[in-house]
Design a protein around this ligand. Sequence first.
Ligand code: NAD
Length: 486
Amino acid sequence: MTTVTPVRSSEAPLQLDAFIDGRAARSGKTFSVINPATGDVYAEVADCTAEIAAEAVDAAVAAFASWKKTTAPQRSQLLKAWHAEIICNQESLARALSSEMGKPYTEALGEIAYAAAYVELYAEEATRIYGETFPSQHAHKRLFANRQPVGPVYAVTPWNFPAAMVTRKIAPALAAGCTAIVKPAEQSPVTALLLAGLWQKVGGPAGTLQVLTASDPAAVSQVMFDSAKIRKLTFTGSTDVGRMLYEQSARTIKRVSLELGGHAPFIVFADADIEKAVNEVMLCKFRNAGQTCVCTNRIYVQRPILEAFNAALSKRVQALRMGDPADPDTQIGPLVDADALAKVKRHVADAVAKGAKVLVGGDSPQGLYFSPTVLADVAPGMEILTEETFGPVAPVLAFDDEDEVIRLANDTPYGLAAYVYTRDLSRAFRVSESLEYGIVGVNDGAPSTAQAPFGGTKDSGIGREGGKWGLEEYLEVRYVSIALDQ
Ligand code: NAD
C-alpha cells in the first residue's frame, strides 16, 4: 500500500496491506471492513500479528535515531507537503472514510479538512519549539532548558473520526521529532492507511509513520506495552479501554495521553433565543449520527421555555435527511455496527419504560439505521443519563434554577465537553467557570478546532490535543547546566 487507491463500490473489496517500515506488510490473514450502510465487505485488510508489531517497534526505533536529528524546518516542509496531498485527495479520502464507517459524504469531506488542519497547524508549530535560559546563583554557570522529542509513540485511534484522530496525534508527534505507530480501530483502518500512503508519497522516511492493522488489538498492543523503547501511548477511545491501557503503560513508565468518553450536558436558559439554541443543539447532537465524544447526551432546558424548545427541536429533527451516506444530501447515516445499534435501542427502550415520551423518531427503520430522535420527560434513573449513547437521540430534561442545573451537569464521572446557551454575559461566565469540563461551548455547539486545546477531566482523560498544548505532549524538557572555566 503506497498510494491512494481509487475507491470502488461494493463489487470487489479493496485488498490492503499494513504499512510497516515503509513497506506493505501482510501476515497471510486478513479481516473484513464492513460498509455499515450496505453490509458489504468494503475492504480486506492485513491482520497483523505480534511478530509484525515487533518489526514495527524496531523500525520506529531505528527511524527515530535519524528523524530526531532533522531540523525543524525540514519536518515542517514535509508536513506542509503532506497537508497539500491530503487536501488534493480530499474527495477520495472522504469517500473511503464514508464507506468504511458510514459517515455521510458531505460530513466526511469536512472531517478530511479538519484532519488536514492539524497537519497544517503542526507544520507551523514545528518551527516554534523554543527553549529557555534562566539565571544561576553562580557567576560561572549558564543554565538552559530545551525540548526533546519523547521518542517512538504508540497511537491507538477510534473508528468515529478515522482521519482526524490520526492527524491530531501524528502531526504533532512528527513535528516534535517523534516516530509513530498507529493502530487504527478495526472498523475503520482504511483512511489511516491512505493517509500513511500520502506521507510516504511526499517523502516521509520509512519507519516515521507506520500503520499496524489488526483484528485483535490486545495482542499487537501487548508488544508495545512490553517494549521500553516505545516511550509514549496516545489513546482515543472508550474510558474502559483507556483505563486498561493506562495501567499497562505503567510497567515501562510511558508518557500517556488519553482522550476518552464523555457525557456532555447542554444547558439552555430561558433568556436564550430558542431558534439559535436549537441550531447549536442540532450541530452538537446530530453530527456523525450522534457518534461523537463531544455530542450532547443531556439537554437541560429551563422550564418557562421547555414546551417551545421541544417543539422547535422536534421540527428540525423531523426534517433531517437520513439515507445513503454516499449521497451528498444525506445528513444521518447508519450507526457503525450492530453493537452500536443495540446500545441506542436499549437506551431508548429503558427511557420509554421509565416514563420518557418519544416526540420524534424512536425506531430503527432498516439495517443499522436509527431514526433521529427527541425524547421528552427524561428523568434521573434512566440509563441514557449516565451512559454514553453514541447515537442520534436527544434527551430533554427540565430545570428551574442555575445552581440546580450546575449541580446536575457536574453529576457525572465524565468531564469532556459541556455547553451553555444564554444571552446573559454574567451568567455565561458564572456557569462556564462552574462546569467541571475540559471544553465549554458558550452559545457554541461546535467549539472543536485545530488550534484549541481538546481534552477532558476526570474519566474523560489526561492531556490535551490541538494547538500548542498538543505539541507539548510529545516533548520532554531537557535541562542543561554549563560550568565555564574560571
Ligand atoms: P474503543 O475503546 O472500543 O476502541 C478504541 C481503540 O482501542 C480501537 O483502536 C480499538 O481497537 C482499541 N482497543 C480496544 N480494545 C483494546 C485492547 N484490549 N487493547 C488495545 N487496544 C484496544 O472505542 P471506540 O468504540 O473505537 O470509540 C468510541 C469511544 O471513543 C467513545 O467512548 C468516544 O467517546 C471515545 N472518543 C473520544 C474522543 C476524545 O477525543 N475524547 C474522540 C473520539 C472518540
